[in-house]
Design a protein around this ligand. Structure first.
Ligand code: SF4
Length: 415
């Protein structure tokens, strides 16, 4: 059995909020489709008469199937108490594998399997429950059931620069350790350090640099960074960078069940995006936890970087890095360097959402609960929303990076 790479400093237990049963399309295999139909569901189980249990997804000629949804967008098997009817009637193993697996993500890394967790789950974001190592037996069972993604080669570090798995993981671990820091440096500064190293990595030629020599090169790059950052960064981001950040926030913030996406929703979403671009007056309501607030208030200091919030965001970034869900097939096919930059671009988005939530709740300073809401929203979309993987977002990220604006936005919205 492949060795598991488990996240440290992370707890999780399901608290039965049912959120995942609202948010995700549950794609099932042909075997699961037949099994569920064969379970003999009827009106007496709370399933409306005549309702299909499974529907095609991806077009009328598609051979992919997903569980049907209620008119309010939730899975048809979610009962009025927020519990799963399949689980209640036939036990947990009878559920579709994707339901059993969530919030775990399994990614083969050579002969090992990297395990990460979806922070879109509030229990994961809050690290509530038992340590992940205590889930080892069920994760091993998921691996045996074939839940891990198919085997891939290591993603390129940058265009045309590829290393083997152990060396690729050394690069990723070095970026992770820069973000972890020693805890005494604010996260915004750690992000700045790590971005500078990622930028140098993106330009490096590795030729025959492998193993120990790679470690030496990484050490040299890391040592070169404090000198760079000591030159100082403009704490005030450029106006176009703020506009681009608000455009990103408008993509990350809305979280809705798939079924409510209709014509009316699209028109409202387009109007909301336009208001976010203009950034004047009051914000649109993009999510129930983000009530309208004045754009001007979002620019005032809000203490969004204190040790507890920094620890939450650092844990999120570490989880994405160690689980390899920030690059490669798990994240828009990005290389390590570009995937890291895109992950760091979520940091000012997280800070903006955190302060929005704090102001909306009438708090003068951001709290961990504001940050938890922010991270559930960002993780729901990052790597999964096709729009966030588009060429226009890639160009935006490159412009922000070339102009040191990710760092400037991070410093500005962390304060
Ligand atoms: S099958 Fe059960 S666990 Fe899966 S989404 Fe539906 S209600 Fe939730």
């Amino acid at each position: 059995m492949a060795e598991l790479i488990l996240p440290e400093n992370q707890n999780y237990s399901c608290h039965g909020c049912g959120g995942c049963c609202w948010l995700y399309e549950v794609v099932v295999t042909e075997e699961e489709r037949q099994r569920i139909i064969g379970q003999g569901w009827s009106q007496s189980d709370g399933i409306p008469a005549g309702r299909k249990l499974v529907r095609r997804t991806g077009g009328i000629f598609s051979r992919r199937w997903a569980l049907a949804r209620r008119s309010d967008g939730a899975c048809i098997f979610l009962n009025e108490k927020g519990l799963c009817r399949i689980h209640a009637k036939f036990g947990e193993p009878a559920k579709p594998l994707v339901c059993r697996l969530y919030p775990f993500v399994l990614y083969p890394v050579g002969d090992r399997i990297a395990v990460s967790l979806r922070f879109s789950c509030p229990s994961v974001a809050g690290s509530r429950g038992i340590p992940i190592r205590e889930h080892r037996a069920e994760i091993t069972e998921f691996c045996q059931l074939g839940a891990a993604a198919p085997t891939f080669g290591p993603p390129a570090i940058s265009r045309g620069e590829k290393l083997d798995w152990p060396d690729t993981m050394s690069v990723v671990a070095r970026l992770g350790s820069l973000l972890a820091g020693d805890g005494s440096t604010p996260l915004a500064l750690r992000v700045t350090h790590a971005l500078l190293v990622a930028e140098m990595l993106g330009q490096a030629k590795f030729d025959k640099v492998r193993g120990e020599r790679l470690e030496e090169l990484l050490g040299t790059l890391v040592e070169a960074v404090p000198e760079e950052t000591a030159r100082g960064l403009d704490p005030a981001p450029l106006a176009p960078a703020k506009v681009q950040l608000r455009m990103l926030v408008a993509q990350y913030a809305p979280r809705h069940p798939l079924m409510v996406v209709g014509l009316g929703y699209r028109a409202r979403a387009a109007a909301a995006r336009l208001r976010m671009v203009r950034g004047q007056g009051m914000t649109p309501q993009l999510h129930e936890g983000l009530p309208p607030v004045a754009f001007d208030d979002l620019e005032k200091p809000r203490q969004c970087s204190h040790p507890e919030i920094d620890a939450l965001f650092a844990r999120y970034f570490q989880g994405r890095l160690q689980g390899m869900s920030f690059c490669g097939p798990a994240c828009y096919g990005l290389g390590v360097s570009e995937g890291f930059v895109r992950l760091m671009l979520t940091y000012p988005v997280l800070l903006y959402l955190t302060r929005w939530s704090a102001i909306g709740q009438g708090r003068s300073a951001a709290s961990v609960s504001d940050a938890e809401l922010a991270v559930t929203l960002v993780d729901h979309k990052h790597g999964y929303s096709p729009l966030l993987g588009s060429g226009s977002v890639a160009r935006m990220a490159r412009w922000l990076m070339q102009n040191r604006q990710i760092q400037a936005l991070s410093a500005w919205y962390a304060r």
